[in-house]
Design a protein around this ligand. Structure first.
Ligand code: PLP
Length: 447
């Protein structure tokens, strides 16, 4: 029986046996039961068609229903779906993918460690940093500085690297060693500006001050997303990351770029830091590496860090790895997905269509409740306020507009007072215009 013939209410009833991520009765009272997807559209079991303005969770970059990826998974599963990739064994897709990724995002990152997702990648990044400093005879360098509004995932360490209180509240006490500095959030900068200082440089200065406060001999790493997605689509000023790189170099602090959202084209560049001419020491990636068709993530590291692992005595072996590190089927799908991204020029497309989306959303600034519109490539945010002068965040309105968009056939995500947009990179011009039109109509009806 096709799923569409199942009764929506029955499916919703059966779903009561599932505990969902971030579940609260209020947000899961009437869940959408998604039956299938095609291109940028999702189709529900009760027959609705919804433009997925979030590409799943910022990740379905090549769009839904791609036979090429199904075929790649099928072929690899028949040959050998999975086997151990622990030291002493390897498999062909993982080898090929690591080779392909060598120097792919950033020239100095040539070696890849595979995980199954973004949180695992960030936990691994913290362990890589600690391992590295221990190998260099500096075991006291273990702390990680992160940022307010940063989101790094939900494993215990990633939770407390995350700079959003809601994720901490029910899971304390905090993991020791994580602290947070202000975000480079131009619309609502919470730091202090010295005279003549830009927001980008003031936000970077907060890192220098935090390193000095904690003690440079105790700080292992700084972690940052090039664009803070889950924290509200916060895009840094252009002078921020170059200064961050200088500060990390000056104090001997590793720079971890969390590119779980920004990797593989989302911002209109292949990777998020490419725009700023800056390379990290450790990279975390996930999501769009497979466009969500298989769970896969990973880290990339410099030769210096890799050498610390390769030159270790037995007693200091790199005792870290997941059952699914280098999963053969996931890696085969990733290889095919990267081909699609390249062949269809989706990075360039993200830049061009992103400009169209940003221009369209910016035209909605005529509404008195639209306080700020920001975007880079195909990741955009529209921040709602009670009035433009006071900039008071209107969280309730954002929730209302999100539901109203859904009723009109558009999926967005309300993050506090910001509505996020991150559609598949395969989106057409007409579909971009549809996003703007539906949001405009939802705002109109709320006024
Ligand atoms: C920047 C960033 N890092 C890490 C994660 C966590 O990834 P995952 O949910 O795959 O564990 C996310 C998820 O949205 C993310 O946006």
């Amino acid at each position: 029986m096709a799923t569409s013939q199942l009764d929506n209410a029955t499916l919703q009833e059966q779903d009561k046996h599932q505990l969902h991520p971030l579940q609260h009765p209020k947000t899961h009272a009437d869940p959408l039961v998604i039956e299938r997807g095609e291109g940028v559209y999702l189709y529900t079991a009760d027959g609705r068609k919804i433009l997925d303005g979030m590409a799943g969770l910022w990740n379905v970059d090549v769009g839904y229903g791609r036979e090429e990826l199904a075929q790649a998974a099928y072929d690899q599963m028949k040959r050998m779906a999975y086997t151990s990739n622990f030291a002493g064994m390897t498999n062909i897709p993982a080898t090929q993918l690591a080779n392909k990724l060598s120097g792919y995002a950033y020239p100095k990152l040539k070696t890849t460690f595979f995980t199954s997702g973004g949180s695992e990648s960030n936990d691994s990044a913290f362990k890589i940093a600690r391992y590295y400093w221990k190998r260099l005879g500096k075991p006291d360098k273990y702390k990680v500085i992160a940022r307010q509004f940063g989101y790094h995932g939900i494993t215990l360490a990633a939770t407390f690297a995350t700079g959003i209180e809601r994720y901490h509240k029910m899971f304390g006490p905090p993991v020791p060693g994580f602290s947070h500095i202000v975000a480079p959030y131009s619309y609502r900068f919470a730091g202090e500006l010295k005279s003549g200082e830009t927001i980008g440089l003031a936000a970077a200065r907060a890192l220098e001050e935090a390193i000095q406060r904690e003690g440079p001999d105790t700080v292992a790493a700084f972690i940052a997303e090039p664009v803070q997605g889950v924290g509200g689509v916060i895009i840094p000023p252009d002078d921020y990351f170059p200064r961050i790189r200088e500060i990390c170099d000056q104090y001997g602090v590793l720079f971890i770029a969390d590119e779980v959202i920004t990797g593989f084209g989302r911002t209109g560049e292949l990777f998020g830091l490419n725009r700023y001419g800056v390379q990290p020491d450790i990279l975390s990636f996930a999501k769009a590496i497979t466009s969500g068709y298989q769970p896969l993530g990973g880290n990339q590291i410099t030769d210096e860090i890799y050498d610390a692992i390769l030159s270790a005595p037995d007693t200091d072996t790199w005792m870290h790895g997941y059952t699914y590190s280098g999963h053969a089927t996931a890696c085969a799908v990733a290889l095919r997905n990267l081909e699609l991204i390249e062949n269809e020029k989706l990075v360039e497309r993200s830049k061009q269509l992103g400009e169209r989306l940003l221009a369209g959303l910016s035209s909605l600034k005529e509404f008195s409740v639209v306080g700020d519109v920001r975007g880079l490539g195909l990741i955009c945010g529209v921040e709602l306020v009670t009035d433009k002068e006071s900039k008071t965040a209107d969280v309730a309105l954002a929730a209302k507009i999100m539901r109203s968009c859904l009723d009109r056939g558009l999926r967005t995500r309300n993050i506090g007072s910001t509505l996020a947009f991150s559609p598949p990179l395969t989106i057409t011009e007409d579909e971009v215009d549809e996003i703007v039109r539906i949001l405009g109509s939802a705002l109109d009806s709320a006024g």
